[in-house]
Design a protein around this ligand. Structure first.
Ligand code: Z5A
Length: 213
């Protein structure tokens, strides 16, 4: 499945937790709504009833060790359902898709940070997504210390992945930054350490250049 075969853009939002990607996704959605651009917003893991159930299984803190291989397969199972049940039907109906996390998250978290071989992650990403690739990926780059401080201010109970060490999240960030070099045409780094409005201006520049939004 090549993105060029579809009319509606598929845009993904990536970054470590607290990087502000969900905030920016919502702002872009409001901007598109004001311009009457048909689109949907969604997130991973999740996006369909079954994928949302898998999300709960993955993120709930538990006593039992969750092995990296198990975690990887659960993310991919949710993705397989999400792509076929929600993302592709929207794209085929001409609606742009704004998605909070996608395959690059698996590459950074389960691949780079958990240490599963890149070739395995790549093959499973391709299989689960049916070869679907984003047209544009916005990577909100931030030091994990700053992301942690933002999340702490939010006051929510941390999920299983949020409980990982600062070192784990540093490696995730490093994994993400490698993707900017590996896919320069698709992955755009956005400085997420500046005020929200400034970040949004960078988002607008990136999508205006690419899609004329
Ligand atoms: N995961 C994985 O391991 N493998 C995979 O394949 C996939 C996911 C798909 C999903 O968690 C977890 O699954 C995630 C990766 C893993 N775990 N981690 N870590 P999630 O969806 O529940 O959570 P999240 O994706 O990490 O996002 P988040 O916690 O909602 O954070 P965010 O989207 O980056 O940030 P935000 O909600 O927009 O903002 C956070 C706070 O900062 C909020 O109070 C904002 O008002 C504030 N904020 C936003 N922007 C700014 C600026 N510019 N300055 C100051 N404050 C700001």
């Amino acid at each position: 499945m090549s993105p060029a075969s579809y009319d509606a853009p598929f845009v993904t939002f990536e970054g470590i937790e607290g990087s502000g990607k969900t905030t920016q996704l919502r702002r872009l959605s409001a901007h598109l709504a004001a311009k009457n651009v048909p689109h949907i917003v969604t997130r991973e893991p999740g996006g369909t009833p079954l994928a949302d159930e898998i999300r709960k299984l993955i993120l709930i803190p538990r006593e039992e060790t969750v092995f990296p291989e198990t975690e990887l397969l659960l993310y991919e199972a949710a993705r397989a359902q999400h792509v076929r049940g929600f993302i592709l039907p929207a794209i085929l109906a001409g609606r742009a898709v704004l998605c909070d996390r996608f395959c690059d998250a698996t590459t950074a978290y389960q691949g780079h940070s958990r240490g599963i071989a890149a070739s395995v992650v790549e093959a499973l990403n391709r299989f689960a997504a049916g070869g679907l690739l984003p047209d544009l990926t916005l990577l909100f780059d931030l030091a994990p210390e700053t992301g942690f401080a933002r999340i702490a201010r939010r006051g929510r109970t941390p999920d299983r992945i949020e409980r990982e060490s600062l070192e784990f999240h540093r490696t995730v960030r490093e994994g993400y930054l490698r993707l900017v070099d590996a896919h320069p045409g698709r992955v755009v780094r956005i400085d997420a350490a500046v005020p929200e409005e400034e970040v949004f201006q960078s988002v607008l520049r990136a999508v205006a250049q690419r899609f004329g939004w």
